[in-house]
Structure formats: C-alpha cells, structure tokens
Design a protein. Structure first.
Length: 214
C-alpha cells in the first residue's frame, strides 16, 4: 500500500481560513444590504414621483374647476333666494282673504223686512286670521226687534258653515223713529248694528252657536 504525505496542509488551511474570513463575510453582507436599500430607495423614489405627478394633475383640475364651482354656488344662492320669494308670494296668495264669498253668504240670509245701510269689514294685521264685520241696517215688522234678532242668528249660522269661531252680537238695537210701509201695511222699525267676529283659513267648524243678546 503506497504512503502519501501532504506537505501543503498548512497552506491549504490558511487558504480555507481566508475563504471563511469574518470581515470578508461581513463586507459581503453589508454590500447585499446596501444593494437592497438602494433598490428600496429607487422604488420609493418612483412612487413619490408618481404621487407628485398625480398631485400636480389634481391641482390643475382644481384650479380649472374652482371658478366653475364658485359660479355654481353663487347661482344656487340666487335661485334659492328666488324660490323663497316665490314661496312667500304663493303663500300670501293662498292665504289671502276674499270678501266676495263672505258678502255672498251675508246677502243670502237678509230677508225682505231688513234693509242693510252699511257693511264694513277689517282684517287683522297679524297672523291670527281674524276678521271683524260691522252690519248697519233697519228692520221692519210687527216685532222689528225680533226681525233683527232673527237676522243676527241667521248670519252666525250661515257664516259658521264656512268660517271658524263665528260670533254675531248686537252693538246697538233701538226702535226706529218712523214706521215704513211694506205690502200696504204700516210697520214699526228698529235700527241695529251687528258686530261679527270670525276666523278665516283652514276648515270651517260646525255652525257656530248664536248668542242671544238684546
């Protein structure tokens, strides 16, 4: 069996140690880490560039749309103001008090024995929707006062079918100074003033209960 002697084992050992030198390995590791960091840096730089481009684009769009948005906002305010004015006018028209229907109701209950001399009315200036009516007239008949009383009751009942909180009371009721001729008969007269208070707007309540007052 042949015998072999390795006279270079020290040289080989030194070469192996050099290959496994910790400093060299550390340098290789640092180099790898530096390469990773450099790659990450360039990646983030690319993302940052993309974000800056998007930001510049959005700023340009905002600069373009901002005047249009301000114009649209101003136009919206103008239209809102016009709508409010139109709603106010429409509400005033809808809530307006009409005298013709009231006078029509009143004339419908005046008998032939009664002559109306003056009818005046007033609407409250606040939002209570109250109306005050004053009726001056002369009644005739065997009992002229009773004729005037029947008219007062009829007015309250008729207006109560259309308006709310209707009350009709005598402000004055006096015997007339002279009789009148009706169907060839001399009849005594009575002069009266009837005050009517009512609330208009909304649904009419049941016919108001008339007050008897002489």
């Amino acid at each position: 069996m042949p015998l072999r002697l390795n006279l270079y084992h020290e040289v080989q050992k030194q070469a192996a140690l050099k290959r496994r030198d910790p400093l060299k390995l550390s340098l290789f590791g640092l180099g790898a880490i530096a390469a990773c960091l450099a790659g990450y840096y360039f990646l983030q730089l690319g993302k940052s560039h993309g974000l800056n481009s998007s930001l510049d684009r959005l700023k340009a769009e905002h600069a373009k749309l901002d005047p249009e948005a301000k114009t649209a906002l101003k136009r919206e305010e103008e239209l809102t103001a016009k709508i409010k004015v139109n709603e106010l006018i429409e509400r005033r028209i809808e809530d307006r008090f009409y005298w013709a229907p009231l006078l029509e109701q009143l004339v419908g209950v005046v008998p032939r024995e009664v002559q109306l001399i003056k009818v005046s009315g007033e609407i409250a200036s606040d939002a209570t929707q109250k109306c005050t009516l004053t009726i001056n007239g002369i009644s005739a008949g065997a009992d002229a006062r009773r004729t005037a009383e029947e008219l007062r009751i009829a007015v309250a009942e008729r207006l109560g079918t259309k308006y709310r909180n209707v009350t009709a009371t005598f402000r004055s009721l006096d015997d007339g100074p002279e009789p009148v001729t009706l169907e060839g008969k001399q009849l005594p007269t009575a002069a009266f003033v009837i005050g009517v208070d009512l609330t208009w707007g909304g649904e009419a309540l049941a016919a108001a209960t008339p007050r008897r007052k002489r």
